[in-house]
Design a binder for this molecule. Structure first.
Ligand code: PRX
Length: 650
């Protein structure tokens, strides 16, 4: 490995910072020596209607059970809104920046309160009660935030589905959650293009009905005014409904362990899982990480560029920042519209202090050169963040030197949908930085590296990343399938939470995430199960078998490489290739578009019929010299054939 350049904490970062290195060391030691005491103290950072007596009641051994602050009572929307009204009712809670640079809005905490109360009353009026599941399929507009917060206010459990998912994917999530109330918009708008959200919802509701889940109401925000279909009695206009109810609403008293939201995420097998997070621990963890990781100070303008359809949007656009009374920027658009300077123009326009984005965006913008960055000021920036996938050192250095002009710290934050909040990360005033390393664990987080047999590895080493004890933001179960939760996360290495990631620890104890070690791929920071893409492919009538692997991609981090075996008598062609790509997009959504598709007369299998993905990965990576032992294959000639075909394509 090339030598790692260390970027020391600069004096200006330390002066401003909430946490310096001594404090980090001290708090960290306390947090793992006596978690009970540490979290009893930090749990107080949010408002409790009834204070907790018990703090931690968790076990990773069978029967796996995770409870935090279990006898406390709170309401999440009260914490994100009401408790700020007395001190900062007129401060801006949400800055909304439209897809079109001429469109923006500022929503104060008082306005947010009114909007969320009204929507909570609409939900109640239509029979949504505590514990009911509400599906939210929305563009990045303030109403998406109102919808999530209104659910938490009435105690309903939201399931946000990213607007880029297809009707089939949306339907699968509605059915799994048995959700009978959906909130959407007529159309979304991104990069000047309309996205037919209501039309997709109509299709999804029909598909769900065929699976015996009857959606009772669809509440529709008018975003573009585009033409849409309408089902009388079922469909409701958001603006009409919210105008007709009171602007007052008492938040429900919820137990700390009452479900807050479900968020579907991909694993190595089967359908996406409904990751379930609960109320108290999640909010404590999201708000605490937001404050310390981003070194958030009162009055800072904070911008996370994620979509609310992903966990990053949940924890770090909405819940963390609002629980802290922050001003959070919500951006409807994309980094390259109308130009590749857009991010930096928005930073200047709203004087953004903290900016949090994904490596795929950084790499894409880096490709456009320095000029579109350099012709903006960016002087307001104090902290830069990265999330979603490993950031390569070149992109890190560009982000640091060009975007941050060499004087803004970068926090490379490692975490997962399952973890609820950031687990491994630098703290701006405490941690010397190394380009490409997520550095050190957050308070209360105990990482461990193990080999494939589960043997614990010490010191500088490479291994599989586990976490050995619970933290408050951890997921509690897979919705409706606790056994799957236990199997997926706690059975590979008994008594430990297994992350699915590979990781290196260096001599300074810094962690370097190397990527997934299971059959999950990370495409532009979007997590995808190769099994899902395979099942979409084989649902096409001309496909008999498919194997999907990731391969290194300059911008996306990983690209999707598909090997497809056709039904007897079918011929591979460019046309069929296009048809199959379109088919996958229709089945899952545009985010699952295959990048490369190779027709393969046969796939390398062991004699027991198991597909040897290791070999397919190597071929996709053009690493033909390292195919390893192919002698155990049922038909070793298949591999030569694949390699020849791959090479011919180049
Ligand atoms: O492989 C890791 C990668 O993203 C996975 C989690 O994906 P998801 O649940 O969609 O959540 C993404 C946003 C939190 C992880 O298992 N990952 C996430 N952040 C990083 C990362 N890999 C390396 N460095 C990161 N900072």
């Amino acid at each position: 490995m090339s030598e790692v350049h260390v970027h020391k904490v600069q004096p200006a970062w330390r002066e401003r910072a909430l946490i310096d290195n001594e404090t980090y060391q001290k708090w960290y030691a306390e947090s793992v020596a006596d978690p009970e005491r540490f979290w009893a103290e930090h749990g107080k950072r949010i408002d409790w209607f009834k204070p907790y007596g018990k703090v931690k009641n968790t076990t990773f051994d069978a029967p796996v059970s995770i409870k935090w602050f279990e006898d406390g009572e709170l309401n999440v929307s009260h914490n994100c809104i009401d408790r700020h009204l007395a001190t900062r009712g007129d401060h801006v809670a949400i800055i909304w920046e439209g897809d079109d640079p001429a469109e923006d809005r500022k929503i104060t905490y008082r306005e947010l309160h009114e909007q969320v109360c009204r929507l909570a009353n609409v939900l109640k009026k239509h029979g949504v009660r505590r514990g009911d599941r509400v599906t939210i399929y929305m563009p990045m507009i303030p109403e998406a935030a109102y919808a999530m917060l209104a659910c938490t206010r009435v105690g309903a459990v939201h399931s946000v589905v990213f607007g880029g998912f297809s009707p089939d994917s949306l339907a699968g999530r509605i059915v799994d959650a048995e959700s009978t109330f959906v909130i959407t918009a007529d159309e979304g708008l991104r990069g000047g293009k309309a996205i037919p959200l209501k039309e997709n919802t109509d299709k999804a509701v029909d598909i769900a009905a065929r699976h015996h889940v009857m959606v009772k109401n669809v509440l529709v925000v008018r975003r573009t005014g585009g033409r849409i279909g309408w089902a009388d009695g079922r469909d409701l206009w958001y603006h009409e409904e919210t105008a007709a109810v009171s602007a007052d609403n008492e938040p429900e008293r919820m137990n700390a362990e009452d479900p807050l939201f479900i968020l579907y995420t991909s694993g190595s097998t089967g359908k996406p899982k409904g990751v379930l997070h609960t109320s108290g621990g999640y909010l404590v963890y999201a708000s605490m990480t937001h404050q310390y990781v981003f070194d958030y100070h009162d009055g800072d303008i904070y911008w996370c560029t994620a979509d609310v359809g992903w966990v990053t949007g949940h924890s770090y656009i909405l819940y963390g920042p609002l629980a802290n009374g922050a001003t959070t920027l919500m951006f409807e658009g994309v980094p390259n519209y109308p130009s590749v300077s857009r991010f930096w123009e928005v930073v200047d326009k709203h004087k953004v202090n903290i900016f949090y984005t994904a490596p795929t965006a950084i790499r894409a913008l880096m490709g456009a050169g320095d000029a579109p960055v350099k012709n903006t000021s960016r002087r307001s920036l104090r902290v830069l963040g990265s999330v979603g996938e490993p950031i390569n050192p070149e992109a890190w250095e560009w982000y640091f030197n060009v975007v941050g002009d060499g004087n803004v710290p970068i926090v490379d934050t490692w975490w997962q949908t399952e973890t609820g909040g950031i687990l491994i990360t630098p703290l701006p005033g405490a941690t010397d930085l190394k380009a490409g390393s997520a550095t050190r664990p957050f308070f209360g987080v105990q990482p461990q590296l193990v080999d494939n047999e589960g043997k614990v590895l010490e010191g500088a080493t490479d291994g599989n990343l586990c976490i050995v004890d619970s933290w408050p933001g951890q997921m509690r179960t897979v919705y409706g399938d606790h056994e799957r939760f236990v199997q997926t996360y706690f059975s590979t290495y008994k008594g430990k939470y297994f992350t699915g990631d590979g990781c290196r620890r260096d001599a300074d104890g810094y962690y370097w995430i190397t990527g997934r070690v299971d059959d999950v791929i990370n495409v532009s920071g979007h997590r995808m199960g190769t099994a899902e893409v395979e099942s979409a492919l084989v649902s096409h009538p001309k496909v008999s078998e498919a194997a999907v692997v990731g391969y290194p991609h300059d911008i996306k981090g990983q690209g999707i490489y598909c090997y497809v075996t056709l039904m007897a008598g079918e011929q591979g062609s460019d046309e069929l290739r296009k048809e199959l790509v379109a088919h996958v997009r229709k089945e899952i959504g545009a985010i699952a578009s295959p990048d490369k598709l190779q027709f393969a007369p046969g796939l390398p299998k062991t004699r027991s019929g198991k597909i040897m993905r290791r070999i397919l990965r190597k071929i996709a990576e053009d690493d033909f010299g390292a195919l390893g032992d192919t002698s155990t294959l049922a038909d070793p000639a298949v591999v030569d054939d694949l390699v020849t075909n791959r090479q011919n394509k180049k």
